[in-house]
Design a protein around this ligand. Structure first.
Ligand code: C5P
Length: 321
């Protein structure tokens, strides 16, 4: 009998992007506590890198942006991702050393934790030559976090359900962004709970009906197909924004500062507190990032562009920088 010996690698590095939500329509809470969503995910060029190395015992180290805020034990989504793959592939006893280089801030509304989980799934699948398909990795990922499947595919995509049911979106061109990071993080769970509370209060006061099922914005989809940032900007919406602003009122100043510097669109990214500003081109995005940093309305600001592809294996195995 001929057996095939597949080459194994000592280390694999995956680069994975952050996301912003171009639309985030939130429905009422479901029986399982999650909210039904319709969202337009958009992957941007702000990347974490995750390396996995064969080891006798699983361990985790984190360097870079916000490293001190990341748990280093089994509660880390990357660790959970490695364990989930061990279980799904029947690899009992396999372990990895996980090294995360973070540039995506933590608890920022940019899906950094989900990105690291997606990267770990892909990296371990490669390291162990497990051979799971993207669909299988995506199903495993959805159990770990609602945004994990999107971090695997990237680009621009419509998310439904909890956000894990994805359809690629037709978007033309490339968009330039300034991302303003908040001084303090926000808990996604707390932002959703605040959204429910604000809505209930408004409904009780007769100001607003209870939310119905969320719907995709067709004007936004048409604008995205045109590739015209000036058309897309005014159509960016986020139902979680009032909740994020009520928890961190200072974000109003951040949004206002971006609009005053000519942003074509300005909104809180996901559950916040990162604010995303759509610029007319790369130079404008740089100007916006400099102006926002200088105005003292955020911790720091960077520019990024999108859409970019999802998690991808880097060609040179373990990267040292
Ligand atoms: O899925 P993930 O772990 O990223 O979600 C974090 C928290 O965000 C959930 O525990 C839940 O409170 C809230 N959430 C929600 N509805 C969604 C996604 C997240 O209520 N569709």
């Amino acid at each position: 009998m001929i057996s095939t010996i597949r080459p194994t690698r000592a280390a694999v590095t995956v680069r994975v992007p952050a996301k912003v939500n171009l639309q985030l329509a939130v429905g009422p809470p479901r029986a399982d506590g999650y909210h039904s969503l319709v969202t337009v995910f958009h992957a941007v060029s702000l990347f974490d890198e995750v390396s996995v190395l064969s080891a006798d015992k699983t361990s985790l180290t984190v360097t870079g942006e916000d490293a001190a805020a990341v748990p280093l034990d089994r509660s880390n989504l990357a660790w959970k991702a490695a364990s989930a793959l061990v279980k799904a592939a029947g690899l009992r006893g396999s372990a990895v050393e996980i090294r995360i280089r973070k540039r995506i801030p933590v608890a920022a509304g940019l899906a950094g934790g989900s990105a690291d989980a997606a990267a770990t799934l892909l990296a371990c699948n490669e390291l162990w030559q497990t051979g799971l398909s993207m669909r299988q990795l995506s199903e495993l990922g959805a159990e770990l976090g609602s945004d994990v499947p999107f971090a695997l595919i990237g680009g621009t995509a419509v998310g439904r359900g909890r956000g894990e049911e994805l359809t690629p979106a037709l978007a033309a061109g490339s968009y330039h962004w300034a991302l303003a990071f908040g001084v303090e993080g926000l808990s996604t769970t707390q932002v959703y709970a605040t959204c429910d509370r604000l809505r209930a209060a408004r409904a009780a006061a007769g100001d607003q009906p209870e939310p119905g099922e969320p719907e995709l914005s067709h004007p936004l989809m048409t604008a995205l197909r045109s590739g015209d940032a000036a058309r897309v900007g005014p159509l960016l919406t986020n139902d979680l924004q009032p909740a994020a602003l009520s928890l961190q009122p200072e974000l109003r100043r951040t949004l206002t500062a971006g609009r005053e510097h000519g942003a074509l669109g300005a909104l809180v990214s996901g559950s916040g507190p990162t604010c995303a500003f759509l610029a007319s081109d790369a130079a404008h995005a740089r100007e916006l990032a400099v102006a926002l940093t200088g105005a003292g309305v955020c911790r720091s600001a960077v520019r990024a562009s999108g859409p970019v592809p999802g998690a991808a294996v880097m060609p040179d195995g373990l990267r040292t920088k």
